[in-house]
Design a binder for this molecule. Sequence first.
Ligand code: R5P
Length: 282
Amino acid sequence: MLVIGGSSSTKLAQDLAVTLNAEYLPSNTKRFPDGECFLRLEKESIDDDVVIVQNSSPDGNLVELFLLQDAAYALGAKRIINVIPYFGYARQDERFNKGEPLSAQVMVDHIMLSCDKVVLVDIHNIDIMDWFDEVDVVNTFAAPAIGRYFKDSAIDLVLAPDQGALQRAHLVSEALNCESDYMIKTRLSSTQVHMVPKSIDCNNKKVLIVDDIISTGGTIVAATEELKKAGARSVYAACTHGLFIGNALDRLKKHCDKIVCANTLESEVSVVSVAPEVAKAI
Ligand code: R5P
């Protein structure tokens, strides 16, 4: 098996190759002066199954993914397994208003054209998997990796920022052998929210908040402020996909005692490797 790392995901691809005991091949990707993508796979031929690790967002990465699929097949790849650590457009999973595209399905339809299997990590809406109806698809979870990362941190309580994320928090808490709960959010105004743990007291506790995505950081900052007011000894935050829009990471560092994310999106805090989980799914 050959693991090809696209430009969005070189670190995860390298980890994955080590975990799978497979050859690693980086994509030689550049941008032409007009912004178009150029790439070359520096190999004479491929006579094996190929794993391509590349995000489908932002848009430039999606184009690179399509070009990688074509280049790998042209060199002789037998099967292509696309690992898409961060699947873009997953939050646009409905036609919210007339005249709008169903963006998540458009992405699925095009990715599926040139691969045999897709491996995702914590897809935002699990129903999107049903649209991959012509290839195998597996969604894998970062929770076990986050649990491994914090196993010696003496966490007392794992919190989900909302009820929908409770299952993820529960999986992490099981790995850490501690309690889990979710937070109830009340919107006070367009910029102010009040968040409290549903039933567990956090006084003097070391709390870990776990979410799937951190985007602007607003959710985690609001949760951390409330937990500290309620007496939490320290507040750590972890997520799968750290988008960290604008100055989100600086804001978060001022509020949280520690902030980490999985290596589905590369950043200075993407220290939790999901390579073992992805390897299992392959
Ligand atoms: C929402 O459905 C997601 O799970 C995250 O809670 C959300 O995307 C976080 O966004 P932000 O960091 O902007 O508060």
